[in-house]
Design a protein around this ligand. Structure first.
Ligand SMILES: [Zn+2]
Ligand SMILES: [Zn+2]
Length: 350
């Protein structure tokens, strides 16, 4: 959610989300009760109570609800609400225009299976995508260099192509598009053989290393990848991480800032080479940030609204990306995964 709500509305929204998350009823009731108290006392009294720090003297308002009231009253999104929305993004209802935008999407161009660092077999990912009403899903497991994510060697990727072909015969008309999330090497080249990249339906190119490089070097590196004829989508362009995240084997990644690069040059090249800019929907990424997304819109880029799902449930995260697309005025016609699989394949082959 991006627009802060008034205190009572914020409390009700918290109650609503707690309820949908099946939290204990007394917790839900506490926020509903507090909302009712705020309604009863009126804005002047609320103001006075906050100034004199006597809010929690009121029956029905405790430390947690009180803190949320104070923050909402100050025009902020209460911390409690922000955390809740982050943890349960799948429960956050979409605004009508966002829901409409999302309904135009026919598939997802960035997903992982247990062949690299995803948690589930390809079939389970595909079945979940079918359940969401998708017509296709590009399977984009990691490339060899990314050993921490069990990146696929050329041999393993060859084998995966056979597995996908078998699954496709079974799951038709749904289509698993073959693909890769290919590391952009430090010199801007792609981390897989030309021959294999040429055979894949969808190539997402992403930076995963040397994220703190100098802006000039990072820009050169990204420009080379964007201009590579195999590249279809530029993945999570800034590499930022907004919140810590758990990785395999208990590793924990700390938040990190955006990489530095000349976004205008990179997005101009994306428009010129017809490489789509990914709108990454993962809650810890939400990449590109809104100011860069607006810039990409302005420069006439195409986009792909992707989940970067590493588990079946995460395929449902596209709403996050759609929310940001709507906010920055992305035209659904510019989003390549609103197209049919045939249209899309014609584009990626071009
Ligand atoms: Zn990635
Ligand atoms: Zn990924």
């Amino acid at each position: 959610m991006s627009t802060p709500l008034g205190p009572a509305a914020a409390l009700r929204r918290i109650a609503f989300l707690l309820e949908r998350a099946r939290e204990p009823t007394h917790r839900v009731a506490a926020f509903r009760t507090a909302a009712a108290v705020v309604d009863t006392i009126g804005p002047e009294e609320l103001d006075r109570r906050i100034r004199t720090r006597t809010l929690t003297d009121l029956r029905g308002i405790g430390p947690k609800t009180g803190a949320a009231i104070v923050q909402a009253h100050a025009g902020e999104v209460p911390e409690y609400l922000a955390r809740l929305e982050e943890a349960h993004s799948e429960l956050v209802p979409l605004a009508d225009d966002v829901a409409e935008f999302r309904a135009t999407l026919r598939g997802d161009l960035h997903t992982h299976s247990d062949w690299s660092d995803g948690g589930s077999p390809i079939r389970e990912m595909a079945e979940a995508a079918i359940g969401l009403g998708h017509e296709y899903m590009a399977l984009t497991d990691h490339s060899p260099r990314l050993t921490v994510a069990n990146g696929l060697t050329a041999e393993r990727l060859e084998r995966q192509l056979d597995v996908v072909a078998e699954l496709n015969a079974e799951l038709a008309p749904f289509r698993i598009l073959t693909g890769i999330e290919c590391d952009i090497n430090v010199d801007g080249s792609l981390d897989q053989t030309d021959e294999l990249l040429g055979r894949l339906d969808v190539v997402v190119a992403s930076v995963h290393s040397d994220l703190r490089a100098e802006s000039a070097a990072m820009t050169e590196r990204m420009l080379a990848a964007v201009a590579n004829p195999h590249t279809d989508v530029l993945g999570h362009c800034t590499g930022r991480l907004l919140i810590p995240r758990e990785q395999r084997e208990g590793r924990r990644q700390r938040p990190r800032p955006e990489s530095a690069f000349d976004a205008e040059a990179v997005f101009t090249a994306c428009a010129q080479h017809d490489t789509a800019v990914e709108i990454n929907s993962r809650p810890e990424r939400l990449d590109p940030p809104l100011r860069l997304l607006s810039l990409a819109v302005e420069l006439g880029c195409r986009f792909a609204v992707d989940t970067d799902a590493h588990a079946p449930g995460q395929l449902d995260w596209q709403g996050n990306g759609c929310e940001r697309a709507v906010e920055t005025g992305v035209d659904p016609d510019r989003v390549v995964n609103t197209w049919t699989a045939d249209e899309l394949l014609e584009w990626t082959a071009g």
